[in-house]
Design a protein around this ligand. Structure first.
Ligand code: ADP
Ligand code: MG
Length: 383
């Protein structure tokens, strides 16, 4: 069981996701900051003092361009109250003197965070009397602020964390069959864990994007100059053999959009890929049969663009599939869950309204690891 009751009248350490894109010391997108506002406001309304713990980027030691100080004015505006910045986590003045909301400096400036050092966790824990994790996206990391601190304090999962967990459990634990998963993206080496787990959970598994090339090459198709991981061919063959032991139907591309040597684009069947061409999207026939499979499904999981969507016209299959998922979700209440850093970027690039889907996860790595069937350290720490 995970406690979901938020405290009252306490000093609360709240692990939040403030990992926003920053460029030239400016926040380029404040979505993540806006998402945590209801959590903090609810905690503040219940008369808690809040210590916000978060990371920004991947600093190697102290880095002024990754300081969370940058976020203070934006947070104050969003929270409609003043926020005190604590520039040194290890040297915080008497917490009783700090009122309201306190933002601690980037927790990853301290190597003890990633090393999950006991003394660092204990130090953090002493700042409060309750711990709330509302950063699902960081919960695949066994870091001090994720797994260390809750060992020393009463703890609960925050509302965003709970929402994400519920949405993912709905896909993995008791989905409404038939379930179709659509997996795309770049390298198959990063997705084998996901593919293997989905074989057990789905009736249809459609694979597109760069991943599909390695599976096609493992079946001796010529894939030209397309993205392919030759070192993964054996694993790809093992995966293809495993498919036969499951009741899951694997859908691989039957046609692709290639860029030929002279720089032109055209559609061709997978058995006719020119040896000097690069496959950059799945073709319209493939799109059509993935769409048909979606219309038969009651639950859809999508991760990974089906083509190099950043470079039109190779965004077409990805866009067509997201529109089909949105339409089916709206038309008949099909359950749809979408996640992955680039998949969310593709939704944004196509200006899709996230509310058209059952759930859109912005948790990236944590989302993928959960779907691989792993118990995330941050979830375990709250049990
Ligand atoms: P996510 O972040 O959603 O899990 P990935 O990181 O696995 O997705 O993959 C996204 C990347 O895969 C994108 O940058 C996209 O351009 C690339 N990609 C998709 N299809 C192809 C392809 N056919 N050839 C090369 N790159 C591709
Ligand atoms: Mg990615």
């Amino acid at each position: 069981m995970i406690c979901t009751t938020l405290p009252r009248n306490k000093r609360v350490l709240v692990r939040v996701d403030l990992n926003v894109p920053v460029h030239d010391d400016r926040v380029m997108d404040d979505t993540r900051m806006r998402l945590i506002v209801p959590t903090i406001k609810a905690l503040r309304q219940a008369k808690n003092q809040c210590f916000l713990i978060a990371h920004l980027g991947r600093p190697k030691g102290w880095d002024p361009h990754l300081s969370l100080r940058l976020l203070v004015p934006i947070l104050e505006h969003l929270l409609e109250e003043s926020v005190t910045f604590a520039p040194d986590i290890k040297n915080i003045p008497d917490t009783a003197l700090l009122k309201g909301c306190v933002l601690l400096e980037n927790v990853r400036f301290y190597p003890e965070e990633e090393a999950n050092e006991v003394s660092f966790s204990q130090h953090l824990a002493r700042l409060g009397d309750f711990y709330v994790n509302d950063a699902f996206s960081a919960s695949h990391r066994a870091h001090a602020s994720i797994v260390g601190v809750p060992a020393y304090l009463p703890h609960a999962a925050g509302p965003l964390f709970q929402q994400e967990l519920k949405a993912l459990q709905r896909i993995v634990e008791c989905p409404i069959p038939p379930v179709i998963a659509i997996v795309g993206g770049g390298k198959i080496s990063t997705k084998f864990g996901l593919l293997h787990n989905l074989l057990k959970k789905t009736s249809v598994l459609a694979v597109g994007g760069g991943l599909a090339h390695t599976l096609l090459a493992a079946q001796d198709y010529i894939i030209g100059q397309s993205l392919c991981e030759m070192s993964m061919l054996d694993q790809a063959r093992t995966f293809l053999k495993q498919v036969q032991h499951h009741s899951c139907t694997l859908l691989l591309p039957i046609d692709v959009v290639v860029r030929t040597k002279d720089g032109t684009e055209r559609v061709c069947e997978v058995k006719e890929i020119p040896s000097d061409a690069v496959c950059l999207d799945v073709g319209p026939a493939t799109c059509q049969y993935i769409s048909e499979a979606i219309t038969q499904a009651n639950t859809v999981l999508w991760n990974g663009p089906l083509g190099r969507f950043e470079e039109p016209p190779f965004h077409k299959a990805t866009e067509k599939i997201m529109h089909t998922i949105a339409e089916e979700t709206q038309r008949r209440g099909m359950v749809s869950v979408i996640g992955g850093g680039d998949s969310v970027a593709a939704l944004n690039a196509a200006k899709m309204d996230f509310a058209q889907f059952s759930y859109v996860s912005t948790s990236g790595g944590a989302f993928l690891e959960f779907l691989e069937g792993k118990e995330l350290p941050g979830i375990q720490a709250l049990r």
